[in-house]
Unconditional design. Structure first.
Length: 216
């Protein structure tokens, strides 16, 4: 089975450097519509059986636009387990402001997840995100034909945690491959009860130089 994970298109808050979790949201930028079209061209020859999306608007709209651009009748199902982290008090706040106010929390979240204490910002832990997302993906895989290709549209921080956990990576090492960019594609295979990585954070098809606000 082939699993294609997509991070949603870039949003206004992404551009402004604001934290955007499960309780925050902002519209996709016009440039994202273009990028999603390029992603569709990258995926056009892949026989996607079913698409799954976080119910949060930025992810759902990315999935809807992508499927429209593919021009195929691919069913789309919203899955709560694919939501972004609940970022509590960090929602809607600028990166630079929080780095000055709670540097230990931000450093842990971005660089050393094993040291991240979500209770300090009334948010969600890595363990919680990994459990709900991996449970959801394993349920999807269990009901899908073993030779199928599926699409999963979610969010930057949640995707890093869920994908690395599927690969057996410990929480301390979740950041070992870096982050994921807006409209990026990450490809996993599932075979004989095991997930393996084919490609992490593919962005070449976007034909542009990425900015610091594109990746988390």
């Amino acid at each position: 089975m082939d699993l294609y994970f997509v991070r949603h298109g870039k949003t206004e808050w992404n551009l402004e450097g604001k934290y955007q979790g499960s309780h925050g949201d902002s519209p996709l930028l016009p440039e994202s519509i273009h990028d999603i079209g390029l992603l569709a061209k990258r995926l056009k020859n892949i026989p996607i059986r079913h698409a799954y999306s976080s119910p949060i608007l930025r992810a759902r709209r990315t999935a809807e636009i992508l499927l429209e651009d593919l021009g195929k009748k691919i069913p789309l199902t919203e899955v709560d387990g694919l939501k972004e982290f609940d970022l509590g008090d960090m929602e809607g706040k600028k990166f630079v402001d929080l780095e000055a106010r709670i540097p230990d929390v931000i450093h842990a979240f971005r660089q050393e997840p094993a040291k991240y204490d979500a209770t300090k910002i009334h948010g969600e832990s890595f363990e919680s995100v990994i459990k709900r997302s991996n449970d959801a993906i394993n349920r999807i895989v269990a009901k899908t034909d073993p030779d199928a290709s599926i699409l999963l549209v979610s969010h930057g921080a949640a995707l890093v945690a869920m994908i690395q956990a599927l690969l057996g990576t410990k929480i301390a090492d979740l950041r070992k491959n870096g982050g994921l960019s807006n409209s990026s594609l990450t490809h996993l295979k599932y075979e004989n009860g095991k997930y393996s990585l084919v490609k992490w954070n593919e962005t070449k098809f976007l034909n542009k130089k990425l900015e610091s606000t594109d990746t988390i």
